[in-house]
Design a protein around this ligand. Sequence first.
Ligand SMILES: [Mg+2]
Length: 278
Amino acid sequence: MPESTQTPALVIFTDLDATLLDEDTYSYKDAAPALAACKKAGVPIVLVSSKTFAEMAPLHRELSLASPLVAENGGGIFFPAELAHIPKNCVKQDSSWFRLDLGAGYQRLVKALDEIQKETGIVLEGFSSMDETRVGLLTGLSLAQARLAKLRYWDEPFVAPALSKKDRAMLEKAAAARDLNITGGGRFLHLHGGSDKGIAVALLKNWYCGQNPHMRFAGLGDSDNDISMLEQADFPIFVGRKSKLPESLANLVVSDIPGPKGWNRQVLRLLEKCGFGR
Ligand SMILES: [Mg+2]
């Protein structure tokens, strides 16, 4: 029997910040051995982030990936134009990419955040009201990177200094009244609607299974906006700090080491467990 029919097919969905990328340096250097092993094994890596398409596309190119990517917390999926089987409901983004819209549109989110601030009296500072310098200051991104981070379609990150649990509950209630959600990422809270990472990942699982019904899926993340993605995974892996540990996943593997170093070790273990690289 040829080896390819014995090797289980695997797709890896991964968060970026504090998962594949170092929380402070934004480097994937510590995960380089496992990234190379995935490439060698032909295991697609799907980047799933709160970052924008404009921020993610250069990394997708740098890693020589051919897979779709999920931007802005599942707000949309981008498919490289050279892929076969691009879903029919995609729109053309540019000559290299097609875009599938899933989340509520950006103008609606910006307007809603302003209304929520007035309604609750809680001071909120959204990305749309920040210039590149302010975004750079809060994120550690360069001005050029901050500009890319502001090119948003479906997710409004915001900061709310000294937010109490009660305030957070008020914000969530005001968002829910508008059919929108608030989730916490690493540095920011995010306002979005009709989408999360799990919905986008479920859609991509169907897309991959349409091509190979035996496909299995791993998910790696570090914070609560990753949980819906981890819930979709056959192999959910948590590489965050233990204080943020989700409790809803029975088969969750928790890495001893956070960030890209943990990513590296866990993905190498997974590849071995799934029969790759023997
Ligand atoms: Mg993260």
